[in-house]
Every structure is written in structure tokens, then in C-alpha cells.
Design a protein around this ligand. Structure first.
Ligand SMILES: C[S@@+](CC[C@H](N)C(=O)[O-])C[C@H]1O[C@@H](n2cnc3c(N)ncnc32)[C@H](O)[C@@H]1O
Length: 265
């Protein structure tokens, strides 16, 4: 891809397309339906102290504060997204429960054993050292606390043609970082967690129905307007939906949860 192409609606990576061009706030496979399952699997309640690693615009952190009344720390490498997250927390009146910081998932600015639960969604595919990032998530959680990851996952080893196609349609760098379900499991097991559980789902990019409804009324209207009046956005969304539909034999996502082993990192 030429450098001048990388930020265009047609050629930018899927994450940039969803946040910047479409204006979506839920930026992981499975949408909020999957998030709710992740929360359930991590046994989060009012008394749980949670870190949301790579929190993006803070949607999940704020959801947790609003709906569970628990304390949450959201951290993301993007200053711009953290600013959005802080603004949203203020608007929703949950700043007393949620704190947002700019920081790196590869070097979390927290002491060992700080949180009851660490979650991250669609983060591992974006970092250049997945193992280190997993170890960091485990490190900041107390012994027997839960760690939950939600990640795009291959149902079977993809062939080189598929990888070329997905790089063209989605983005070159993060798709090569995706693992098969068992590949992810091996990585998590290496971090000395226990009771690892995997839930496997089909990947869908349901442009116009489920995903939009979860964005809330006002944002859904904004996104619909873009879809209707911006043909580049419309074309790319249709292309993404078609790609995932056609490759359902390979594309899935997983919710992986485990407990920190008492002797864990
Ligand atoms: C696909 S988005 C997911 C955002 C959010 N978790 C969600 O599901 O809506 C990936 C996020 O990872 C963040 N990110 C990428 N590399 C990171 C790193 N090394 N440390 C922290 N955040 C990172 C990006 O800025 C982005 O917000």
C-alpha cells in the first residue's frame, strides 16, 4: 500500500475506518453482546476493581461503571481516544468511578496484584509482542482474579491467499497477528494462568443491524447518515460484510477467560 493510501476510507485499517470514518464506539468482534458475555465470564460485580486494557473510546469501562457501579481504570495508547473516553464519562456522570489514562499495554503503569479483573478486547492483534502483553495483564491482577480477552481468531490455519486477501480488505499489519483458537490458548497457558476457558463464535460484520443498534440512537443516526450519503464508506462497509460472510469457515472470535495462578507471573 502506498503511504498516501493508508488513511483513505478505501485503504485505511479496519480500526481506523470504524473509529475515524464511520464514528463507531464499539470496536471489537461480536459487539456489546460479546462484551456482556466477557463481563459475565469474569464474574464482575459492584465490588470488582477492573482494568480495561486498550479501552479505546472507553465504551466498556463506562458501561461497567454505569451498570455495575464498580470502579474501573481504562488505559489506551491513543491520547485522542482517552480524551473521548474522559468526555463520555463526564457526560454519563460516572467520573467518580472511572479513571482513564494514556499508557502502553506492554508496560502497564500499575503495581503487581492491583486489580480483581483485567479485560481487553481486540487489543492483542495490535501489539507487537502478544506474550509480553498477556504477561502484563496477568501481572496486574491479584491471585485468583480473572483475566478476560476477546480476540479475532481463525477457526483453522488460514492459507496464504486468504492472508493476502484479508490484508487488502482489512489491514496489513494486525491481521497477521491473529491466531487460531488453539494458538491463542497456547499463548495464554504460557502465562501461567489456570482454569482457561474458551468460547468460540462466528465472526460477522453485520453493518446495518445488530452492530448499529448497540451504538445507541444518536450515534446510529449519525452512522446511518454517513452510510447513506458517503458512497466510499458505504462501499467499504459492504465489502467488509461480504468478506466476513464469504470466509465464515476461517473467521471467528473467541472469549478467553482464566484465573491468575497463585504462582503466576
Ligand atoms: C480495536 S480497538 C478496541 C478498543 C476497545 N477495546 C473496544 O473494544 O472498543 C484497539 C485499541 O487498542 C489500542 N492499542 C493499540 N496498541 C496499544 C498498546 N500497545 N497499548 C494500549 N492500547 C493499545 C488502540 O489505541 C485501540 O483503542
Amino acid at each position: 500500500m502506498r503511504p498516501d493510501e493508508c488513511c483513505t476510507v478505501e485503504k485505511c485499517d479496519i480500526f481506523e475506518f470504524m473509529t475515524k470514518h464511520v464514528g463507531m464506539t464499539i470496536l471489537h468482534p461480536g459487539g456489546f453482546h460479546a462484551t456482556r458475555r466477557l463481563i459475565e465470564k469474569c464474574h464482575i460485580d459492584k465490588n470488582t476493581y477492573v482494568v480495561d486494557i486498550a479501552c479505546g473510546k472507553g465504551t466498556t469501562s463506562i458501561y461497567l461503571a454505569e451498570n455495575y457501579g464498580c470502579k474501573v481504570v481504562g488505559i489506551d495508547i491513543s491520547e485522542e481516544l482517552i480524551l473521548d473516553a474522559k468526555t463520555l464519562a463526564k457526560r454519563k456522570g460516572v467520573e467518580h468511578l472511572v479513571n482513564f489514562y494514556v499508557g502502553d499495554a506492554l508496560d502497564l503503569p500499575f503495581s503487581d496484584n492491583t486489580f480483581d479483573v483485567a479485560i481487553s478486547q481486540a487489543m492483542l492483534v495490535l501489539v507487537n509482542d502478544k506474550k509480553k502483553s498477556i504477561e502484563e495483564s496477568v501481572r496486574v491482577v491479584k491471585s485468583n482474579g480473572y483475566i478476560g480477552w476477546l480476540e479475532l481468531s481463525w477457526k483453522k490455519e488460514p492459507d496464504s491467499q486468504f492472508l493476502r486477501d484479508i490484508s487488502d480488505v482489512i489491514c496489513a499489519y494486525c491481521m497477521t497477528n491473529v491466531e487460531t483458537f488453539s494458538g491463542w490458548e497456547e499463548l495464554f497457558k504460557d502465562s501461567r494462568v489456570k482454569e482457561l476457558q474458551t468460547e468460540k463464535f462466528d465472526m460477522q460484520f453485520s453493518a446495518m443491524d445488530k452492530m448499529f443498534k448497540e451504538e445507541g440512537f444518536a450515534n446510529t443516526i449519525r452512522i446511518m447518515m454517513k452510510y447513506l450519503f458517503n458512497s466510499d464508506i458505504r462501499k467499504r462497509m459492504i465489502q467488509l460484510e461480504k468478506f466476513f460472510k464469504e470466509h465464515q469457515d476461517v473467521c471467528g472470535y473467541g472469549i478467553f477467560t482464566a484465573k491468575k495462578d497463585v504462582d503466576g507471573v
